[in-house]
Design a protein around this ligand. Structure first.
Ligand SMILES: Cc1cc2nc3c(=O)[nH]c(=O)nc-3n(C[C@H](O)[C@H](O)[C@H](O)COP(=O)(O)O)c2cc1C
Length: 440
């Protein structure tokens, strides 16, 4: 039987293309209007997507004067979306560098209760220097220290979520027993970064814990994912690096003593879809022409720890030497490796590289017919590059509509995607085990 695949909708502003906010076919709603997010989530749920995802960074982007990159705080927004949906998974981003485990464990546990078992946490260590300035202290941690703190953070989160056993709440009016104390235990964690006594002040949630999602692509990031993540987001400009990533991360999962099926690999795909390939390309071109190269350049600089690329000419062919060594990068190391790799292989001009990144920030971008998009999705799954996709429509909600109305039915006809939800929780949609907690 052909392998079924998973689909997550990444909701990002008015669409993933850098210029989406200016296009006449993207949503007219304000980016702080919850109805925009609810509309996208309901459309994805009607198409039986596994989940939706909200990203987060902790600073106002410096190019906000000419680029629409605002969003609501994810866990707050997802709580509202939970109430407007009933089956779709809800993945929210929260930082291990700039939050406290006890608070975050409560918030995510609450979201899992509120949504009746649909919550997930995208674990990020936060690479932005500007973001770290909003949290005082000694400034941003190094890449290694961020992951070390993240490791301890996740350990504490799991311990807190496990501090309640299933069935601890008896709630028996006649005997007067509300909670079975034997099923609630302190955690007494004392580590390098955190001291947390526990237990959590809230009972275990429907999924045991929210699903753990991660997106690190450096060696450290992949090892972290192999130990903890149940789904991994990953960016690839082309299939070959995605195949390599998939093989590598699944091997690390096995080395960490886990079953490979318990970590789903979900690369991004940003597809411009139209009745003919020519029309899809025309739409893509139309959007690219709305993009501002100055913004592309400032984002490239951000990725490379603030490196100045302004001396390069837009139509100059790039060389790997034009970039700082990704091995020294303290920000988003995996993404810089990806960019330098593409420069080495494809020798683009600076303008071409910026155009490529404007589409979806280094994720796979394509323009084609519904059949071509479905073929690509199937091909990546069959080539061992993906267990499913992080769907990143270039324009929202229009290209989401085209995807759900035109591409999803093809995947269904080919036996690749569900026609109904079989489960109620995100763990069930993803085929993940429910963690067993303490028993008494
Ligand atoms: C699809 C996707 C979504 C991401 N979302 C966020 C996010 O919301 N916030 C954030 O700080 N980092 C986000 N990241 C970045 C990762 O958390 C991570 O920092 C990055 O991949 C670099 O990891 P590395 O240093 O291990 O290479 C995202 C990455 C990917 C691929």
């Amino acid at each position: 039987m052909k392998r079924r695949l998973h689909l997550n909708l990444f909701i990002y502003g008015r669409g993933h293309h850098e210029a989406a906010w200016r296009h006449p076919r993207s949503t007219p709603r304000a980016l702080t209007d919850i109805d925009h997010y609810v509309e996208c989530a309901r459309k994805a749920e009607a198409a039986h997507f596994d989940s939706i995802f909200l990203a987060d960074v902790l600073n106002l982007p410096p190019d906000v004067d000419s680029s629409a990159r605002l969003w609501l705080e994810p866990l707050t927004a997802l709580s509202a979306i939970a109430f407007a949906t009933s089956r779709i998974g809800l993945i929210g981003t929260a930082s291990t560098s700039h939050t406290e485990p006890f608070n975050l464990a409560r918030q995510l546990c609450s979201l899992d209760h509120i949504s009746r078992g649909r919550a997930a946490w995208n674990i990020v260590t936060s690479f932005s220097i500007a973001g770290s300035r909003n949290f005082g202290g000694a400034g941003r941690l190094s890449h290694a220290d961020r992951y070390a703190k993240g490791e301890e953070f996740v350990e504490v989160m799991k311990a807190l979520w496990n501090s309640w056993g299933d069935g601890a709440v008896v709630d028996d009016r006649s005997s007067g027993v509300f909670v079975k104390k034997a099923l609630v235990r302190p955690i007494n964690h004392k580590g390098e970064s955190f001291e947390v006594a526990g237990p959590l002040n809230m009972p275990r949630s429907p999924q045991g814990w929210p699903v753990l999602v991660q997106a690190g692509s450096s060696d450290t990031g992949k090892d972290f994912a192999a130990r903890h993540a149940e789904a991994v987001f990953t960016a690839h400009i082309e299939k070959s690096t995605a195949v390599e990533f998939y093989r590598d991360i699944k091997a690390r999962v096995v080395a960490a003593g886990r079953a490979p099926s318990q970590l789903l690999v979900l690369p991004g795909i940003s597809a411009m879809i139209a009745g003919t390939e020519a029309e899809a390309n025309r739409l893509q071109q139309e959007l690219n022409e709305l993009a501002d190269t100055r913004i592309g350049l400032s984002r490239l600089s951000d990725r490379f720890d603030g490196h100045d690329f302004s001396h390069l000419k837009l139509d100059q062919v790039l060389r790997p030497e034009d970039f700082p060594d990704p091995a020294d990068n303290q920000s988003s190391r995996g993404r810089t490796e990806l960019i330098v790799g593409a420069v080495r292989r494809e020798k683009p001009t600076l303008r071409q590289l910026l155009g490529k990144l404007a589409g979806a920030r280094g994720h796979f971008v394509m323009a084609g017919t519904p059949e071509q998009v479905a073929d690509t999705i199937e091909d990546w799954v069959d080539s061992g590059a993906a267990d499913g996709f992080n769907v990143m429509p270039p324009l929202l909600p229009w290209m989401l509509d085209v995807f759900t109305e035109e591409v999803v039915p093809i995947l269904r006809r080919r036996g690749r995607f569900r026609t109904e939800y079989e489960g109620r929780t995100l763990r069930q949609h993803y085929g993940l085990e429910r963690p067993s907690g303490i028993s008494g």
